[in-house]
Design a protein around this ligand. Structure first.
Ligand SMILES: Cc1cc2nc3c(=O)[nH]c(=O)nc-3n(C[C@H](O)[C@H](O)[C@H](O)COP(=O)(O)OP(=O)(O)OC[C@H]3O[C@@H](n4cnc5c(N)ncnc54)[C@H](O)[C@@H]3O)c2cc1C
Length: 459
């Protein structure tokens, strides 16, 4: 059967866009999730160059009854584009055109393979801004970020990907083209199908074009790094800033282990004797910057910040953010593997979450570096681990399940931005009730009755 599939695919696409050798397929057997034992070989990897080819690939998947797993840059961290049951990996790196940037409407139309960071740079040249900013935006794609509903540090002020998707062109499981949403800023015309596809992890349809909302680029930006001698003081500083009705564009957090680990591997003059640090970005009109900074600094001081550094130029700005964003890379140097997570709780429960995670990791003798978009209530515990060490892996699994129990107890959810994929699907019922899961299953059945689109992801 596979040989027939290969030959049909080669008739539809050019030869170089159909990868069939073991070596080629092996390169697509994992994503960035670093999951133990989950490497899975797709039957074939294909590169589509246009919408018609995507439609034909879907028709072939139906003909051979074989799954299709879309792939952007493969940087999701939940196993969402692993071909667990074999199938066709559909790569979008050759559908990477920015079709239009419309300054008047403040919208853009893009193909799914456009790199997020490049797109941001291009719109910024025109004085516009596309805020969703996962830390790895230098490589991740618009299609992948739509499918995962990616967020990032700036979600605190600007929201996540779902807030910027105005319309989508989607190839459905039967190969038709579905248009959702519109190119207008508001839309109250029927059910909002956009939001159904955003965050659906490639399980409901294949995004082949997106109309995105842009906003004016803030004139100026600056970042502050504030250190604290206790985690409670750092958390209360976040709440105090918010209560003063200042809207920083980002409020991120690093705990002592994260600070020390980053400093060990990527020295950035961080203060390694502090218990916690906040990275706070402000933006807006140039004339408002000193005003915002002065208010925030006085709030931080009143919350016992023991040291505060502010960026005075782009180099200092990048240095602070690079330190914060290096955390996962630094943590990965502690052991052969590193796991990450993105649980999120109502902000009032943050300190309990941080302490609870620490306690659980201590109980199971695991190291943990904690960072997070704390303004949103989101914490990323990063646990270095050696998967070849069975005992350590088992302890990690127990700790992970307890961390999710704690999150549920604190009224939180399992993912604020990374998605569920394979990694968290066994735990989703801890936070999503049975009825809601049943409706999700019915929605999946409606859009994909033959279960060929990224099957068995999420639940
Ligand atoms: C170091 C690091 C830091 C990260 N930081 C953040 C962060 O701060 N915030 C955050 O939100 N995430 C973060 N992530 C996760 C990652 O950035 C997002 O999940 C990312 O946006 C995925 O994009 P991708 O192009 O790599 O998608 P992929 O990993 O290739 O795919 C992700 C999902 O999208 C589906 N998909 C891809 N293209 C399409 C399409 N055209 N149509 C339908 N489905 C499609 C795939 O099937 C898969 O289910 C981080 C990851 C790493 C490795």
């Amino acid at each position: 059967m596979l040989n027939n599939l290969y030959s049909d695919l080669k008739k539809t696409l050019s030869n170089e866009n159909v990868l069939t050798t073991l070596e080629e397929r092996y390169a697509y057997s994992l994503d960035a999730s670093n999951l133990k034992d989950l490497r899975s070989l797709p039957d074939v990897v294909v590169f589509a160059e246009n919408i018609e080819q995507v439609q034909k690939i879907v028709q072939l998947a139906n003909k051979y009854n074989i799954p299709i797993i879309c792939r952007g840059a493969g940087t999701n961290v939940v196993g969402s584009c692993i071909a667990e049951h074999g199938g066709i990996v559909l790569n979008f790196s050759k559908m990477n055109k920015i079709i239009e940037i419309n300054k008047e409407n403040m919208t853009a139309i893009v193909e799914p393979g456009v790199i997020l960071g490049q797109f941001q740079k291009d719109v910024e040249k025109l004085g516009l801004f596309y805020p969703p900013d996962p830390s790895n935006l230098a490589v991740s794609t618009i299609g992948g970020s739509i499918a995962q509903n990616s967020g990032g540090a700036k979600s605190f002020k600007y929201g996540t990907t779902k807030d910027y998707v105005l319309g989508l062109k989607v190839v459905t499981a039967d190969g038709k083209i579905l248009k959702t949403g519109s190119n207008t800023i508001k839309n109250a015309t029927g059910y909002n199908l956009n939001t159904l596809f955003v965050g659906s992890e490639g399980t409901l349809g294949i995004v082949v074009e997106a109309t995105l909302k842009l906003i004016p680029k803030p004139e100026s930006k600056k970042v502050l790094m504030a250190y604290f001698d206790t985690v409670e003081e750092a958390v209360s500083a976040v709440n105090a800033v918010i209560e003063h009705k200042i809207s920083p564009s980002a409020m991120d957090f690093m705990d002592k282990n994260a600070i020390q680990t980053v400093e060990k591997f990527y020295p950035a003059n961080l203060l390694t004797n502090k218990e916690a640090a906040l990275v706070i970005e402000i933006d807006g009109f140039e004339c408002s910057m000193n005003y915002q900074e002065n208010i925030i600094v006085s709030i931080l001081k009143s919350c016992n910040a023991s040291a505060i550094k502010a960026s005075h130029n782009n180099e200092e700005y990048e240095k602070i953010w690079t330190a914060r964003r290096s955390s996962m890379g630094a943590c990965a140097k502690l052991k052969p593997n590193v796991t990450t997570d993105d649980i999120i709780v109502p902000r009032q429960n943050l300190a309990k979450l941080v302490f609870g995670i620490r306690e659980i990791c201590e109980k199971y003798n695991l190291e943990v570096c904690m960072i997070g978009h704390i303004g949103d209530g989101s914490i990323h515990p990063q646990i270095p681990i050696d998967y070849t060490n069975k005992d350590e892996y088992n302890r990690y699994k127990l700790a992970k399940s307890e961390i999710y129990d704690l999150t549920a107890k604190l009224n939180g959810i399992l993912s604020g931005e990374h998605g569920i994929g394979i990694e968290k699907r066994d735990y989703i019922s801890k936070v999503v009730n049975c009825d809601a899961l049943n409706y999700m299953r019915q929605i999946k059945k409606t859009f994909d009755p033959n279960n060929i689109l990224n099957p068995y992801k999420i639940f």
